[in-house]
Design a protein around this ligand. Sequence first.
Ligand code: NAP
Length: 246
Amino acid sequence: MKLQDKVALITGAGRGIGAATALRFAREGATIVACDVHEDDVRQTVRDCQDAGATAIGLAADVTDRSGMDRAVGSILARFGRIDVLVNNAGITRDARFEKMTEAQFDAVIDVNLKGVFNAAQAVVTGMIERGRGVILNASSVVGLHGNFGQTNYVAAKAGVIGFTRTWCRELGPKGIRVNAVAPGFIRTPMLDSVPDTVLTRMSDQVPLRRIGQPEEVANLYAFLASDEASYINGAVIEVTGGLRL
Ligand code: NAP
C-alpha cells in the first residue's frame, strides 16, 4: 500500500474530491484526518475510511480561521504525533462577471481558496520542517492556468495557489518537504451542481475525452503525489483534465 503509516490531513473532505481523496488514501493504508467546516459534514467520509480498514477521524476546522487551524493541527499532533501529508483541498466558488462581482464574492473566494491554503500549510509546516519530511498538495484548477469567464475571484486564487506551490517548493525542498499542485478540469462534484445540464454538456464537448471527470480520478493523482513513488516530483502543477485546454 502506497501510503502505509502516513498521517494525512485533508481539508474540505466532507464531499467531492476531498471525500474521494480521503477514501483513496484510506485504501492505501494512510491514517486520515478529514476536516471540513462542520464536523457533521465529514461523518460519512470518516465512516467510509474506517470501513476501508483505516484509522480515521473527523475534525471541524474552517481553513479561513487561522487560530482554529492551529488548534486543529495541535490536536492532530497530540493524537498522532505528526502530519505527513496535507491536502489543501477546501474550495468554494462565487461566480459573477467581472463588472458585477461584489466585494463579498471576491473576498469569500480569496479567503477560502487562497488564504485558507496559506493558513493550513503554515499550520503544518513547522512540524514537517522539524521532522525533515512532508508533502503539501494544493488544489489549483485548469482555470488558474488559462483564466475563465465569470471567475475573476476563483481564477486569481487558483493562479495564486500555483504561485504558492512554486515558491514553497524552493523554500521547503531543501528541508525535505515536497510541494505540488493539482489542476483539475471539469470534475463531477457538488461544486458543479449549480451548473445547468446544457452547460455541462457543452463543457464535456470541449474535453478531448468527451466527458466530465470523476472525483476518484483526481484522488488517484493525490495518492500518487503523496506517496514516496513521487519522491522526485516537486513544484509541479499537474493537470487532470482529460486533455481540456480552455
Ligand atoms: P466541493 O464538492 O464543493 O467540496 C468542497 C468542500 O470544501 C466542501 O465539503 C466544503 O464544505 C469544504 N469547504 C468549503 N469552505 C471551507 C472552509 N472554509 N474550510 C474547510 N472546508 C471548506 O468541491 P470539489 O469540486 O470537490 O472541489 C475540491 C477542490 O478542487 C476545490 O479547491 C476546487 O476549487 C478544486 N477544483 C474542483 C473542480 C471541479 O470541477 N469540481 C475543478 C478544479 C478544481 P461545505 O460543503 O460546508 O461548503
